[in-house]
Design a protein around this ligand. Structure first.
Ligand SMILES: Cc1ncc(COP(=O)(O)O)c(C=O)c1O
Length: 465
C-alpha cells in the first residue's frame, strides 16, 4: 500500500523554519536592531492587505486555470526555498553559498543525465530562460564571431531581442504548417555561410511545436554552425518519450548531440520563478568566461558558479528548492515524468473532443501539452470577436464555474496552411490556446470541453455568427 499523500505547505513549513532557527541559535543569541523592529499590528495589517490584493489574480493554482504557462511550485519547493532564504545564500560563489553550490552541482548532474549530455559539461542554473538563452547565444557569438543566429519564426521573441543586445544579426526561418522550423528554408540560409548558431526550439511557446532537431543537427554541422536547443518550456518532456509521437521523441533524443540547451525548472519543474538552466555539452567554451574578481572567490579553489556564468548574484534558495524537489520527484519516468505525462494525455484527449465538435475545431495537432483551437466561424473578424468573447465569458461566472483560457493570434495564411479558409476581412484574428500543465487537468477535460463548447455556442449567438 502506498504511503504517499498530498503535501500540505502549512504542515511542512514549521519544521524547516524551526530547523533553520536551530542552526542560527548555535551561533549564540543576538538582538535584532531596533531599526528593524515593527509594530505587530502594522505588520498584520500589511500582510492582510497583501493577501487581499493577491486575490486580484487569475487562479493559477486551480486546474480550471488552463491558460498560460503558469502554476504554483510544489510545496516541497516552497518549504525548501523558504528555509534556505532564511540564510539567503548566493550561488555566485562558494563563499556566498557553500551548501547550495553543492546542491546545484547535484541537480545539474541530473539535468545533464536527462538530456544525455557529456559528463564533461559546463552549466548552471539561471534566473530565467531568457538569461539562460542569452548566455548560450553569447557563447555562440564568441565561438563563431561575425556570424548570425537563425531561429524559427515561431521561436520565443527573446532570440531576436538578445541578438540586438549581443549585436548579432538574427534571421527568422519560416515554419511548416505544423509550426516546426522548415528544414529547406534553414538550409537556404546555412548555404550562405553566414549562420553561426541555429536555435532549435523543442516546444514553441505558442503552439508547443517541436523543431526537427534530429535533422537540423547534421545539416548545421555540414555548414559549421552551432546548435542551441531552447527547451525552456518543453525540456522535461524528455522524461516521457512513450507519451510523445515517435517523430517528436526522435527529436528529443537528439538533444544529447546539441551544443547547448536551456530548460526552465520554473515552468514544468515545479519551481518558483527565478529558476532556469543552461548547459553546454563541452567544457572548452570556458575560455570565454575569463574575468577578474578580486573581491570574491576566496573560500575555495574549486570552481565557483560566478566564474562560469554571466549573472553575478543568484539565489542559492533556487538550487535548494530544485534539489529538494528532485529528491522527492527524481528526473525519471516515474518521478517528475509521472507529473508531466497527464498534461500530455489531457492535450491529446481535448484535441480529440474538439475534432468531433460542431462548434469548435482544432488549429493543429498538439505535440506536447499546449492545445490550440477555434470556433467554427467564417471570417477573420468573427474569429477574433468570438475567441475573445469565449475567453471573457468562460471566466465571467461564479468562481467554481470559471474556466480560464488564453488566446493566440494567427493570420489567414496560417489558417489556410492548416486547411481552414476564412474570409479575409481582417489581417489577423485570435484563436484559443490552453497550456494543460497541471496533472489534474487530465480528469477535468470532459467537463472543461463541455463548458468551453457551451460558452462558444453562446458567444457565437451573441454576435450573430
Ligand atoms: C521556448 C521559450 N524560450 C524562452 C522563454 C523565456 O523564458 P523566461 O520566461 O523564463 O525568461 C520561454 C517562456 O515562455 C519559452 O517558452
Amino acid at each position: 500500500m502506498s504511503t504517499k499523500k498530498p503535501v500540505i505547505l502549512s504542515d511542512i513549513l514549521p519544521g524547516v523554519v524551526s530547523g533553520i532557527n536551530d542552526i542560527k541559535a548555535t551561533y549564540g543569541e543576538w538582538d535584532v536592531h531596533e531599526s528593524q523592529h515593527a509594530d505587530p499590528a502594522r505588520v498584520a495589517e500589511v500582510l492582510s492587505e497583501l493577501t487581499e490584493r493577491l486575490d486580484n489574480n487569475f487562479p493559477f493554482f486551480h486546474p480550471q486555470y488552463a491558460g498560460q504557462m503558469l502554476k504554483p511550485p510544489h510545496p516541497v519547493a516552497m518549504a525548501a526555498y523558504t528555509a534556505t532564504m532564511m540564510i539567503n545564500p548566493n550561488n555566485h560563489s562558494i563563499d556566498g553559498g557553500k551548501a547550495t553550490t553543492l546542491m546545484e552541482r547535484e541537480v545539474l548532474d541530473q539535468l545533464v543525465a536527462m538530456f544525455g549530455y557529456s559528463e564533461k559539461y559546463l552549466g548552471h542554473l539561471t534566473w530565467s530562460g531568457t538569461t539562460a538563452n542569452l548566455e548560450a547565444l553569447w557563447v555562440g557569438r564568441e565561438v563563431n564571431p561575425g556570424k548570425a543566429i537563425a531561429h524559427s519564426k515561431d521561436s520565443h521573441y527573446t532570440h531576436s531581442r538578445m541578438g540586438e543586445v549581443l549585436n548579432v544579426p538574427t534571421i527568422s526561418i519560416a515554419t511548416e504548417a505544423d509550426g516546426r522550423m522548415s528544414l529547406d528554408a534553414l538550409e537556404v540560409e546555412l548555404k550562405t555561410g553566414r549562420i553561426g548558431t541555429v536555435v532549435v526550439t523543442l516546444g514553441t511557446t505558442g503552439l508547443g511545436a517541436v523543431d526537427p532537431l534530429a535533422d537540423i543537427i547534421p545539416l548545421a554541422r555540414q555548414y559549421g554552425a552551432r546548435v542551441h536547443v531552447d527547451t525552456a518550456y518543453g525540456g522535461f518532456f524528455s522524461l516521457i518519450p512513450d507519451e510523445l509521437s515517435p517523430e517528436t521523441a526522435r527529436h528529443y533524443a537528439a538533444i544529447a548531440h546539441s551544443d547547448s540547451v536551456v530548460v526552465d525548472p520554473h515552468k514544468h519543474g515545479l519551481q518558483p520563478y527565478g529558476c532556469g538552466a543552461v548547459l553546454f555539452n563541452d567544457q572548452s567554451i570556458i575560455e570565454y568566461y575569463k574575468h577578474d574578481s578580486p573581491y570574491t572567490y576566496f573560500a575555495s579553489t574549486d570552481r565557483h558558479f560566478g566564474e562560469i556564468q554571466l549573472e553575478c548574484s543568484r539565489a542559492g534558495a533556487s538550487a535548494a528548492a530544485l534539489w529538494a524537489t528532485l529528491k522527492v520527484f527524481p528526473l525519471t519516468r516515474d518521478g517528475l515524468g509521472a507529473i508531466i505525462a497527464p498534461g500530455r494525455r489531457a492535450a491529446r484527449l481535448w484535441h480529440e473532443l474538439i475534432s468531433e465538435s460542431d462548434v469548435l475545431q482544432p488549429y493543429q495537432q498538439p505535440e506536447l501539452d499546449i492545445i490550440t483551437y477555434l470556433p467554427r466561424v467564417e471570417s477573420m473578424s468573427a474569429l477574433d470577436h468570438v475567441s475573445h468573447a469565449i475567453f471573457e465569458m468562460a471566466a465571467d461566472t461564479t468562481r467554481p464555474q470559471q474556466t480560464h483560457l488564453a488566446t493566440y493570434v494567427v493570420t489567414p495564411d496560417q489558417l489556410a496552411a492548416r486547411g481552414m479558409e476564412l474570409e479575409r476581412d481582417a489581417p489577423s484574428g485570435r484563436i484559443m490556446r490552453s497550456v494543460l500543465m497541471k496533472p489534474e487537468h487530465e480528469v477535468l477535460i470532459p467537463e472543461m470541453h463541455h463548458h468551453v463548447s457551451m460558452w462558444s455556442r453562446r458567444a457565437m449567438e451573441r454576435y450573430g455568427f
